[in-house]
Ligand binder design. Structure first.
Ligand code: SF4
Length: 391
């Protein structure tokens, strides 16, 4: 069906190919979805332009992880609206922000030039949705199915080698209390191992030698039991690392509650798996971790990193740390600084808590005052800088 709609749009472009403008915000999963969007647009006969005002189709693949990310998208959308465009232009907003009711209402109310909205689960329907918008006019707001299986066989327009992004699973079932991802990307769905292996084999043949495996929580990878005998992420990783060719594998992201000794031992056993582990701690306080619904304690986290380092020589360990979660006290923050001193991460991604719609944490009291959060954030950065200088 998708092919039928793609063919119809291709026909519309046959005589004079129109141009498309695609802008991607946010994480690597979004980046890869952007490659699929570009792939589908190319397959439908579009060329590409860097100027949204010259494009027949404008696509913003958005991020909703923090309020700041949404504000950036809205800023860009406003500029695109003010710059104007050709009659009949389609301005599409997709990605995480597009799935949230709040954001859809904002787009409906204040961004009248946006005429197509769809969430991350509707990626495979893009040709159909675009065809409808192009031929029927009007405004089309869609809510994607949070249980839709990961799409297979979509055209993809990747950046040139060496690096290629490959999805292994989508969605997240963890419902960390601050996180919008389970509401935007839906439940966990794993790709079949054969599909991932086939894609990576093809990429190696095309000269891609840095393969990045993607999933909101790769350690929750659970394919159907009948496929290829592979039951979990460490087994998939081992199978990929056994493929012939000169390439390396990385993966992102690992949830500490699901990272296992089996994963570490596979990482240590195969030279093709880069000794790199991103293990988001978020906080060093077990009390805050419980309020975040992270499913592990400070002690569990520290023990996990010790086992990972023992199993993977030269491990490069990175993490995410959030400051200013509701109820975070000076003592809690001190525990986070203590965690940094204890674990000595190679680098950190640091964030200030941002309440997100549809998440339980958005209803919690006790967000520390902004000036306190600012000071804690500065201390966090200073501490990490000092540690990194001694590594
Ligand atoms: S594990 Fe938690 S933080 Fe990560 S995507 Fe899932 S809900 Fe969000």
């Amino acid at each position: 069906m998708t092919d039928t709609f793609a063919a119809r749009v291709r026909e519309m472009n046959a005589d004079a190919p129109a141009s498309a403008f695609v802008e991607v915000f946010g994480c690597q999963q979004n980046e890869h979805d952007g490659e699929l969007i570009r792939g589908m647009l190319a397959d439908m006969g579009f060329g590409f332009t860097q100027d949204a005002a010259l494009a027949k189709v404008v696509v913003l693949n958005t991020c909703a992880v923090r309020e700041h990310a949404e504000q950036r998208v809205l800023g860009h959308l406003g500029a695109i609206g003010r710059a104007g465009g050709s009659p009949g232009r389609i301005v599409a907003v997709c990605g995480c922000m597009a799935q949230l009711e709040n954001s859809q209402n904002t787009l409906k109310r204040s961004y009248g030039h946006v005429n197509l909205v769809f969430g991350p689960g509707d990626l495979a329907r893009f040709p159909e949705l675009l065809y409808t918008a192009l031929t029927k006019g009007g405004r089309h707001f869609n809510q994607s199915d949070p249980t839709a299986p990961p799409e297979e066989g979509l055209p993809v327009l990747r950046a040139a080698p060496p690096r290629a992004l490959v999805t292994v699973m989508k969605g997240c079932d963890n419902f960390c209390s601050y996180c919008v991802v389970p509401h935007t990307r839906g439940r966990e769905r794993s790709r079949a191992p054969e599909a991932v292996l086939g894609e990576v084999r093809g990429l190696i043949r095309q000269g891609y030698c840095e393969i990045m495996l993607l999933g909101q929580n790769v350690n929750s990878y659970r394919p159907n039991p009948d496929s290829a005998g592979i039951r979990d992420f460490p087994e998939l990783l081992a199978a990929l690392a056994s493929l012939p060719g000169d390439f390396s594998l990385r993966f992102m992201t690992s949830h500490p509650k699901d990272a296992s000794d089996k994963l570490f031992s596979v990482m240590g056993a195969y030279g093709k798996i880069a000794p790199f582990l991103h293990l988001p701690a978020q906080s060093g306080s077990s009390r805050v971790l419980a309020a975040m619904n992270r499913g592990y304690t400070r002690e569990h986290y520290i023990a996990l990193t010790e086992r990972a380092r023992a199993a993977v020589p030269g491990l490069n360990l990175t993490s995410d740390i959030m400051v200013g979660f509701p109820g975070e006290t000076e003592d809690d923050f001190g525990e986070t600084l203590g965690l940094l001193e204890k674990v000595r991460f190679n680098s950190l991604f640091t964030f200030i808590y941002s309440p997100r719609p549809e998440t339980p944490a958005a209803n919690l009291d006790g967000v520390p005052p902004p000036e306190v959060v600012k000071k804690r954030f500065a201390r966090l950065l200073e501490t990490q800088k000092r540690i990194e200088a001694t590594l």
